[in-house]
Ligand binder design. Sequence first.
Ligand SMILES: [Zn+2]
Length: 89
Amino acid sequence: MTTLTLTCADIVRYLSDYLEDNLADDVARAARDHIATCDNCRIVLDSTQQMILLYRDHGRAQRLPLARQTELFGRLAAAFSERRPPGQG
Ligand SMILES: [Zn+2]
């Protein structure tokens, strides 16, 4: 049995499916394994979940509007590639 390994980019791509339980078992497991060991992806997951909860609280939309989602993921992807060492800036 092979073990699937996901990258941060994969997590970002699969995030909405992951949150909605739409992933195949092995992909979902690989995603969980990655998130458990990756601070970046934990932050992404937390902020996405909070945003979804906010939307639900307001009762305006059950799903994140796609444009918002794309914007958020784009910002996160940029943040990953522009990470600065702590204590700078
Ligand atoms: Zn990651």
